[in-house]
Design a protein around this ligand. Sequence first.
Ligand SMILES: Nc1nc(=O)c2c([nH]1)NC[C@@H]1CN(c3ccc(C(=O)N[C@@H](CCC(=O)O)C(=O)O)cc3)C=[N+]21
Ligand SMILES: [Mg+2]
Length: 357
Amino acid sequence: MLIKRSIFIFTTQFNRKFPRKLLGNEKVQFGDDATAGLRLLLCHRCFHSTPRRKVAKLIDGKAIAKQIKDEVKTEVDKIISLGQRPPQLTVLLVGNNDASVVYVRNKIKAAQYTGIISDTIRLPDTVKEHELIEEINSLNNDPSCDGLLVQLPVPPHITERRICDAVAPEKDVDGFNILNIGRFCVDEESFVPATPAGIMEMLRRQGVETFGKNAVVIGRSKNVGMPIAMYLHADGEHGNNAGDATVTICHRYTPPEQLKVFTKTADIIVSATGIPNLVTADMVKEGVTIIDVGITRITDPQTGKSRLVGDVDFEGVREKAAHITPVPGGVGPLTVAMLMKNTLTAYQKYNKYTKNT
Ligand SMILES: Nc1nc(=O)c2c([nH]1)NC[C@@H]1CN(c3ccc(C(=O)N[C@@H](CCC(=O)O)C(=O)O)cc3)C=[N+]21
Ligand SMILES: [Mg+2]
């Protein structure tokens, strides 16, 4: 009874604080996910029990990614049970970049899991730009291919922008074609790049509010920093279900003491620089949410083994943060899962060939 009452009070106050989010937008209601009840119960405990040392709640990227993949799988199963062909994702991989090979393998595994057909086309790193574009054109015209992406980076003799723009906008599940970027930047519905899409999805499912909050994005890369900053600040009432946060973008020319001034005021920090230990405990406020997008492979001085680290001093920051993503197992798996979701969307929206069979 007491628990029920406090849940009622809590949700009522939440309603007052975020009226539009709760009443006007079905997709981002607090308590959308299955753990909401449990979270409220935990809130109840926090309010009514003696405080103990706080350690951040780990955002389990793998588990959230699995949820999303399961949802995609359910849809794909439906498609198949209707006797229609499943969606197909084609990945073009140029050369032998070690990291790219791992990422593409993870994408193929996720496709297999969801029932999406995947096709990887490998090309030598000597391939000419026009040959790669011819390959893209032929896949643009192939009705069995719904989603098409060229794994980045491409070798230096190839211009990345020309390659991204060669992918048909309706198959551009990476959201890297300039038409999708432009649409995204003016709040029109578009394919949203998988990493920012994954981060927003992670925040929603974890119950981290972005509406009216201070967010700091560190890094201004075109594929991560820029689009996540765009996504966090843009109008949630428009096409892509954006975050309505106040966003500060910091980058390599932000003086370190200035960076700290900004991160100290942040409710949410997204770090995407590839600089290990850039974000330390002294730079963040109590209760912050930390999204670590950095991926750096280092050799562990203790074990001598190679391992992945993010941008954040995880152990230090963890003591102050409310939520924190690990590396690996944080943003990476979400990126892969959202790519599957985008591929399903491409099929559902643009596949003209098997709709009425
Ligand atoms: N056209 C294109 N689209 C991309 O989406 C794209 C790209 N190019 N180039 C590189 C970045 C990076 N990216 C990741 C994918 C999976 C993990 C991932 O699965 N990470 C695992 C660990 C992977 C490992 O062990 O190395 C994790 O964080 O748990 C990470 C990063 C996609 N990207
Ligand atoms: Mg919204």
